[in-house]
Write a protein that binds this ligand. Structure first.
Ligand code: C2E
Ligand code: CA
Ligand code: CA
Ligand code: CA
Length: 275
């Protein structure tokens, strides 16, 4: 039994050091990717129930020289453990504003309102975050209302007061704010009321097969009512089928993002899309 435990401990150690190695390797590669300019922003268009394009979400893509495109779900959590997420965040902000400027120089459909970017909790509590957003928007001379930031409920965990103050400043400046992955975190309604956000994004986990799942239907219906009473808008994420669209419309949600409408596309494709 002792030998078994020892073997187990050894195996555990091996797994841990393998993970650690991979972690260190990734961190080095992310640094290099920032230097090499290997990150890109792709855009996933968002639509209303009349199929007008109303905006797009910027999604980070790492064009890795050998691995190709890899999901941010893999490397964002690693970047979040160091200040690399700040550097990545700065790239995203700068590139998105640059792209918004170019979008505005082409013929936009009047329904197109905003580009949204994802902000990690660590970025949000950085002292210069708000001034950074304001100065970048000003530098590219784009209307503040053409940018939206997406945050998750996890910001409730720490530095809540500081986050609310920062978000309020941005809101006054004109930048909009969305709560991402709504329903998956642990926010209390009291917190939600205090958050200066204009949009709730209903998480994909509730949207998938909604027409077959009574409890998901009930949850989405509740989220829509909640948003209404807080004067917030709602958009459904991860919409993949027509059945889901119809069910969402029945429940009172008229904004959509998901593969049914469009996968994330390159900026050049987004420019073409509108014509
Ligand atoms: P998210 O913010 O919830 O983004 C939505 C994710 O769902 C994207 O994955 C998108 O490609 C995917 N998606 C959209 N429609 C559908 C659909 O109909 N079906 C399915 N199965 N998936 C759909 P992606 O691009 O891999 O991003 C994963 C996560 O990485 C994002 O989740 C976000 O949390 C994070 N992320 C992405 N870009 C950035 C960024 O620039 N900064 C930060 N901090 N995080 C980012
Ligand atoms: Ca998002
Ligand atoms: Ca989301
Ligand atoms: Ca997510």
């Amino acid at each position: 039994a002792f030998k078994k435990a020892k073997d187990k401990a050894l195996a555990y150690k091996l797994v841990m050091s393998e993970q650690l190695n991979q972690h260190i390797r990734y961190t080095k590669e992310i640094k290099q990717a920032l230097i090499n300019n290997d990150f890109e922003l792709h855009y996933q268009p968002q639509f209303d129930h009349l199929y007008n394009m109303i905006g797009a979400e910027a999604l980070l893509r790492w064009n890795h020289p050998t691995r190709g495109y890899e999901s941010p779900a893999v490397y964002i959590p690693i970047a979040e453990e160091s200040d690399l997420i700040i550097e990545i965040g700065n790239y995203v902000l700068e590139q998105a504003c640059r792209d918004i400027k170019r979008l505005r120089q082409t013929e936009l459909p009047t329904s197109f309102q905003q580009v949204s970017i994802n902000i990690s909790a660590k970025q949000l509590v950085k002292r210069d975050f708000v001034t950074n957003v304001i100065s970048t928007v000003s530098k590219y001379q784009i209307p503040p209302s053409s940018l939206k930031i997406e945050i998750t409920e996890s910001i409730m965990i720490g530095n809540l007061e500081q986050s609310i103050t920062g978000l309020n400043t941005l809101l006054k400046f004109g930048v909009a704010c969305a709560i991402d992955d709504f329903g998956t975190g642990y926010s209390s309604l009291a917190y939600l009321k205090r958050l200066p956000a204009n949009l709730l994004k209903i998480d994909r986990s509730f949207v998938t097969d909604i027409h077959l799942d009574q409890s998901n239907k009930a949850i989405i219906s509740m989220i829509i009512q909640l948003a209404k009473s807080l004067s917030m808008e709602v958009i459904a994420e991860g919409v993949e089928t027509e059945k889901e669209v119809n069910c969402l419309i029945e429940l009172g949600c008229y904004k959509f993002q998901g593969y049914y409408f469009s996968r994330p596309i390159t900026f050049d494709k987004l420019l073409e899309y509108k014509h």
